[in-house]
Design a protein around this ligand. Sequence first.
Ligand code: ZN
Ligand code: ZN
Length: 363
Amino acid sequence: MAMDAKRSYAQRLRRLWRLVGPDMPAMLMTSPENVRYLCGFTGTEGTLLITRTGGCFLTDGRYTTQAGEQVGQFAVVAFKNKFRAIGRAIKKMGIARLGFESRHVTVAVLKALKHELPSVEFLPCAEVLDMLRAVKQPAEIRTLRKAARIAGASLQETLAYIRPGAAEIDIAAELEYRMRTKGGSAPAFATIVASGPRSALPHGTATSRRVRAGEFVTIDFGTVCDGYCSDETCTLVVGEPSGRQRRVYAAVKQAHDRALGALKAGVALVDVDATARRHIAGAGFGARFSHGTGHGLGLCVHEPPVVSSRSTVIAQRGMVVTIEPGVYLPGWGGVRIEDTVAVTAQGCELITGCSKELICVGG
Ligand code: ZN
Ligand code: ZN
């Protein structure tokens, strides 16, 4: 393992212990994203058992070779019976109180663990872990930029396929094919291509509907690169936009720009949300902006912190969030404009790169 990788895992572990507090002697990490974040393992079956001074990594026979290569800082334990092996490791390390990821561990798994370890106290950790991955290290931001570059370049090439008669699913397939061949490992989520009246659906995944002249097409897309997700939305017009389309687009674009302008380290994310919301309400579409302004992203496409009216988080340098206001008019259509940004001391840096001016295609 490279020196700088070792240092960044050590830094992440210190952050974990800081978040769970001094009374937590040991943690059982089970979500693939947190396991990857803390020890580098990229497989789907891995459990990280850690104390403040050591720990071990448990996996099954399919992953022992991979774990040996990726998990340099912890001893790798291969198991046949998962809960028995975890139980044995916990007893061997003399752990009496154990924190676990209560947002991830199922009721059935907790029951199996308690059955193996009747005298161990299990301490649910949810909110305290939410901020574990929120502030990104420079290497993570570089990877997020790479993912966004792949996705953005793929969309540019896909624009030529968006013309009257093209089916939403074919546009999505062209986009996903390009993201894959440019180095993305998978789409970060089901690609949204929502045309015409369907663009009024904030989460309209692509269907067989064919695009028509004069319609909005909302494309919300992302790729995974080295485990990290990109997330960006462009709303285009096929042919010439109408006056109403221009007005709705301008209202969303200005809300997006103002929210970006309001975001910097030290600002409450609830205020960034309010900035976008106020502008859209001022344009007369307040009731038509039906979701939060944005969300954190990284190893997961949606992760804390949220940028919404319920947000309690203050922006910190290195946080990566989306800004994605939208206006949705049922039966007519909608506009969403989304960028991903990294918070800096002075403002924020764009991670996504597609132009957010109204693009007209296939006219
Ligand atoms: Zn999105
Ligand atoms: Zn998003």
